[in-house]
Write a protein that binds this ligand. Sequence first.
Ligand SMILES: C[S@@+](CC[C@H](N)C(=O)[O-])C[C@H]1O[C@@H](n2cnc3c(N)ncnc32)[C@H](O)[C@@H]1O
Length: 274
Amino acid sequence: MKRLALSLLLTMTANAACAEDLKPMKDAGPYVPSPQSVVSDMLRYADVSKDDFLIDLGSGDGRIVLTAAKVFGARGFGVEIKEDLVKRANEAAQKEGVADRVKFMKADLFKTDISQASVITMYLLPDTVNLLKDKFLGELKPGTRIVSHDYPLTGWIPEKYVQMDLEDKVQISGVTTTLIYLYIVPAKVAGQWQVRMPPAVSKQPGTLTLKQQITRVDGSLVLDGKEFPLQEVKLRGENLSFRLAGRSGEYSGVVKGHEITGSNWSATLAQAKK
Ligand SMILES: C[S@@+](CC[C@H](N)C(=O)[O-])C[C@H]1O[C@@H](n2cnc3c(N)ncnc32)[C@H](O)[C@@H]1O
């Protein structure tokens, strides 16, 4: 139902395209503004603050980036293919006194460098959201929050997922259902790591093998010739934690590139999984 309504709108708006609009690699969806209450919820769930750099992919009239700057003190930019919307958003930034912190560019979101973001927001067609998964994993820093209005990144486990009914959505999607998904970009941990555990656990280096499917991680640790399957493995951005089967205690550490540092243990990447 929602897909049908959005596709219908897409056809209508495509016919009304203005000559100065950019021809993108792919049209990621028609201009349908997120209701202001959804904008506020998206930013709250992502815990946006003055330390954040937010990028809205397909920024429409700029409301998400403008609200992030005005209410939460963030910096950022929006990319949008429609000339009049880019102009309107930049004018609003001037008028609302946040033009020193945010800007809007006429650009194709698929070709935009998003590596600067600490928060990504989007309200795009479901297939587009999923086409962006490789870009997110390739360009975004571990720990970057991604907030998607209505459509999930399939195969990713959301950090938070909220469903609500909003009358405002009926004219947009034909139904009141509104969904907000929050994801956190995981560090890349797949491979073999040489581990130094606390001396009480082992005096010899061990081998930690991690298998990763986006946010899901499992594996095992070989210590003194004995293999311990990992249990309750959690990867949230750069923060990894696990337990060892048959042993007490939790191990947690921060992943920075080829090093994992915990309070009483550490690991160095010996061989990344290709
Ligand atoms: C559903 S609207 C969302 C607007 C705004 N983010 C919000 O939530 O209020 C999607 C926007 O993406 C823009 N868009 C579509 N394809 C795009 C592309 N390839 N690059 C940049 N913007 C695009 C559309 O013009 C439209 O304004």
